[in-house]
Design a protein around this ligand. Structure first.
Ligand SMILES: Nc1ncnc2c1ncn2[C@@H]1O[C@H](COP(=O)(O)OP(=O)(O)OP(=O)(O)O)[C@@H](O)[C@H]1O
Ligand SMILES: [Mg+2]
Length: 359
């Protein structure tokens, strides 16, 4: 893996408590140390926003704008060997603006492709505890990076689904609603196949990381958003009455689910909260490493307060697994001494939204 990889430089302005920060990143380990409320999570949030166009914390994007300011701006330089890219995103009254190199019509997909970024934060167990939407979004990030026909199919599917649902809501004739079915089925099958292939390819790595962290047997599989027995086309035609009653399409990839089982039971029922957290960490970690390996590039992994809720043996084990060449790490902590970090890690200190480099 190239020594120049991942996020090279980050600038953030007027984002939460950050007035204006500049961070020159290490390609391997970056540690952000500071007291409660200093701005550690906000720095991770800036990186995540640049590579995802949204925060990992709940709430509207406007909540990220610093009080008394009109907009926030995030700028980054990313190494994608053999080249470099310049990424920018801002959010203000006019909504979101995206910049990618000198492109006139940059889209969020350009940023997502240029900066693959994942987060492990104290809410990571929501991946198991929360609803299927979070799990679909989680695997779709991986599928997007690995399967290059996915984005086009997903855009076509989303458009056809929106139109079909609008027709259902307006009570239009069956023929007008079903006019969208060929497009929905064709793009839906591409999405379904891509998700299935992706999940089964990523499963072995996930199992091995989860057994290192958790020692339980974990199985993940993707369940299509329609009954196993038939095809998508059959399921769509069989759900006509339900679709009409609900004013929305009831079957399809938008109803797909990532099933996660531990020792033969749904992980959500079987595992303690701490174990769910470890399993969710294994899911994120395996996905980050899997994408990095299949794309031959680093994935930037943000880890917010790893010591929260994990015992010290698990924190040590986690940092050991995290310290691999596929990942560029940004780890936030209240206490540097509680983390078994590398001697070569770059350490930043944040205090009242201002940043300084310690090492
Ligand atoms: N829109 C905003 N404008 C200005 N400050 C904000 C805004 N939103 C949140 N803050 C403040 O930013 C500060 C930093 O928050 P952040 O969550 O980054 O801190 P932290 O260092 O991660 O703290 P902790 O250790 O408690 O997790 C908090 O004091 C918060 O109240
Ligand atoms: Mg925090």
């Amino acid at each position: 893996m190239s020594p120049e990889a991942g996020l090279l430089l980050l600038r953030a302005q007027h984002l939460r408590c950050l007035d204006a920060i500049e961070l020159i990143a290490d390609p391997a380990q970056n540690i952000i140390v500071g007291k409660n409320g200093a701005g550690k999570t906000s720095i991770l949030e800036a990186i995540y926003y640049l590579g995802r166009g949204k925060s990992f914390r709940p709430g509207l994007a406007s909540m990220l704008i610093q009080y008394d300011q009109e907009e926030f701006n995030i700028f980054g330089e990313v190494a994608k060997p053999p080249g470099r890219h310049r990424l920018g995103i801002s959010h203000g009254r006019e909504g979101r603006q995206v910049h990618f190199d000198a492109q006139a019509q940059a889209t969020l997909a350009d940023l997502v492709a240029a900066l693959p970024v994942q987060i492990i934060d104290p809410e990571v167990h929501q991946l198991i505890q929360g609803g299927p939407k979070g799990r679909r979004e989680f695997i779709d990030w991986g599928v997007f990076h690995v399967k290059h026909d996915f984005l086009g199919a997903w855009r076509r599917y989303r458009r056809a689904l929106k139109q079909r649902n609008a027709a259902l809501k307006q009570g239009m004739a069956k023929q007008s609603v079903m006019a969208w079915d060929p497009e929905l089925i064709e793009s839906g099958l591409v999405i379904d196949a891509a998700r299935k292939e992706y999940v089964s390819a990523y499963m072995p790595l996930m199992s091995s990381i989860s057994s290192e962290l958790l020692l339980n047997e974990v199985i993940c599989c993707y369940q299509s958003g329609w009954a196993n027995a038939g095809s998508f086309a059959e399921a769509l035609s069989a759900s006509w009455d339900r679709d009409c009653n609900n004013g929305a399409t009831q079957v399809g990839p938008h109803r797909g689910e990532l099933l996660i089982q531990s020792d033969g039971q749904p992980a959500r029922n079987r595992l303690s909260r701490g174990q769910q957290k470890l399993l969710s960490i294994a899911l994120v970690l395996a996905q980050s490493i899997f994408v990095a390996r299949s794309q031959q590039r680093k994935v930037t992994l943000l880890v917010d307060e790893p010591a929260a809720e994990l015992d010290s043996a698990h924190v040590h084990k986690l940092i050991e697994i995290l310290s691999c060449e596929e990942l560029q790490l940004f780890i936030s902590t209240l206490d540097l001494d509680a983390l078994p970090v590398n001697d070569t890690a770059r350490v930043f200190h944040v205090e009242r939204g201002a940043l300084s480099t310690l090492i």
